[in-house]
Ligand binder design. Structure first.
Ligand code: GDP
Length: 184
């Protein structure tokens, strides 16, 4: 059995885009939805990317009609980036976000994040990785200091079995080690 198939929690990269981050009450509401769906916040970082970094991030879309708009928007203000963990995190986060095209999503999936908070196809509120491979690449892009293998080796089991709580100040979940249990 490969080590990947023994993993219970999947990691994904989530971004709250500038149209959300510029309104703290929207950040709050969207984070509530994320908590309700029982995602764990493993790492959180707020940043304002220069245009060149956004161009790198969205390189696969270079040449598409919306690329320039997308890059201008994503570098227009701060974003909030998160490594989220959950069983089936990639698909579950994309389900919670709703589909890319906001005007369709507002009608077809009104309770999704994009259905509720999306403004246009460009300013559609959130981003989520679409595969394990992309998640790895995107986590490394925003959190180069985060070692995925090390996290699975050292931390995953504590998030599954430990006493997990949310650290509001740092915007991440933590676990308390139960030494009595660990010894037995
Ligand atoms: P995602 O995985 O749902 O974010 O979708 P994509 O990876 O295909 O596109 C990346 C981002 O580009 C989307 O989240 C949108 O912000 C933007 N985008 C994608 N398709 C369109 C489009 O048809 N029109 C516009 N204006 N923006 C788009």
């Amino acid at each position: 059995m490969s080590s990947a198939s023994r993993r219970s929690l999947q990691l994904t990269l989530a971004i709250l885009k500038p149209n959300v981050v510029s309104h703290p009450h929207l950040v709050h509401q969207i984070k509530e939805l994320i908590h309700q769906k029982e995602f764990l916040f493993i790492r959180s970082k707020r940043m304002h990317l220069p245009r060149a970094r956004v161009e790198d991030f969205y390189r696969e879309h270079e040449g598409r009609f919306f690329y320039n708009r997308l890059v201008s928007f994503m570098s227009s203000g701060p974003i909030s980036t998160h490594i989220l963990a959950r069983e089936n995190a990639i698909a579950e986060w994309r389900k919670l976000m709703g589909a890319t095209k906001v005007f369709k999503t507002i009608h077809e999936d009104p309770n999704s994040i994009r259905g509720q908070f999306g403004l246009t196809d460009t300013r559609n509120s959130t981003h989520g990785s679409d595969s394990d491979e992309t998640a790895l690449k995107e986590m490394n892009f925003f959190f180069p200091e985060f070692d995925v293998e090390d996290w699975y080796r050292e931390s995953e089991r504590h998030f599954l079995t430990g006493d997990v709580y949310f650290d509001e100040e740092h915007d991440i979940h933590r676990y308390k080690l139960n030494h009595a249990k660990l010894k037995s």
